[in-house]
Design a protein around this ligand. Structure first.
Ligand SMILES: [Zn+2]
Length: 262
């Protein structure tokens, strides 16, 4: 299943080999308000979408988010929440609130959207970029939150750059010097940056549930041909999402964390 999807996507990517600008999104987490706001903000500025997974889980709009993404020219990877909904992960490792959200999401998704999730690949290599939801070493589960884990991951991909989500925190890890030292920097938003050829692991942050104490939706735009990367943040109507979550009786903590960005 995964293989056939990959072949199908490679064919599609070849058709789109002239695409130059990529909208990079991750961790939408069933938040269609944040997703729509990102699409509006980036309108006309990209030719193709890379989505790094966790399209569903936590939020109130799993079908709306999957359907909207499917209508865009895109490549999407599987995340841990996508797999949890498909019963491919033992959700005893999830906290109780996340588990409730997984159960609710599973019951809510249409068969068609579940099948789409089932076919998502776990990694993808395109040009200078290796893509994974979590890390190149453990594509579904590992959190890269500090330099040690980032350093351990550089030997696990061959391209100059690796793009991951999963932590919900925009970040740039860069390999420098000859001893495998790694720097860790928060991005400057709205400032295009030419990737300098030094190996990097780059996280665009989360569209639908940021966790860096900034509730604004995060996404990136990449000029694929010239390797120019721009991190962005954009406010969206958090209260509207929270109202829908309360209507679905989703856990209070999940409702509250959206406005905290935690
Ligand atoms: Zn996530």
């Amino acid at each position: 299943m995964v293989l056939s999807y990959r072949v199908q996507h490679e064919a599609r990517l070849t058709e789109h080999s002239d695409y130059m600008r990529v909208l990079i999104i991750s961790d939408i987490h069933a938040n269609v308000t944040a997703f729509e706001t990102v699409l509006r903000d980036a309108k006309g500025q990209w030719d193709y979408v890379w989505c790094l997974g966790d399209v569903v889980g936590y939020g109130p709009d799993p079908n709306e988010c999957v359907t909207m993404l499917r209508e865009l020219p895109h490549l999407c990877l599987a995340g841990n929440h996508d797999w949890a909904v498909l019963d491919r992960l033992d959700i005893r490792t999830f906290n109780p609130d996340a588990r409730r959200a997984v159960d609710w999401t599973r019951e809510s998704l249409t068969d068609e959207n579940l099948q789409w999730l089932e076919a998502l690949p776990v990694t993808f290599v395109i040009g200078d970029y290796t893509l994974a939801h979590a890390s190149p070493r453990e594509p579904i589960l590992e959190y890269i939150l500090e330099t040690k884990t980032a350093a351990d991951n550089f030997p696990h991909f061959e391209t100059p750059y690796c793009v991951v989500g999963h932590t919900h925190q925009p970040m740039i890890y860069e390999l420098f010097g000859s001893f495998g030292d790694v720097s860790m920097n928060r991005p400057v938003y709205g400032q295009p940056r030419t990737l300098n050829g030094r190996r990097q692991i780059i996280n665009p942050g989360s569209v639908g549930q940021p966790r860096d104490a900034d509730p604004r939706a995060a996404y990136s735009i990449l000029d694929f041909e010239h390797n120019i990367w721009e991190h962005r943040r954009i406010p969206y109507d958090v209260a509207a999402v929270q109202r829908r979550m309360r209507q679905h009786r989703m856990p209070d903590r999940l409702v509250a964390r959206l406005e905290l960005g935690m």
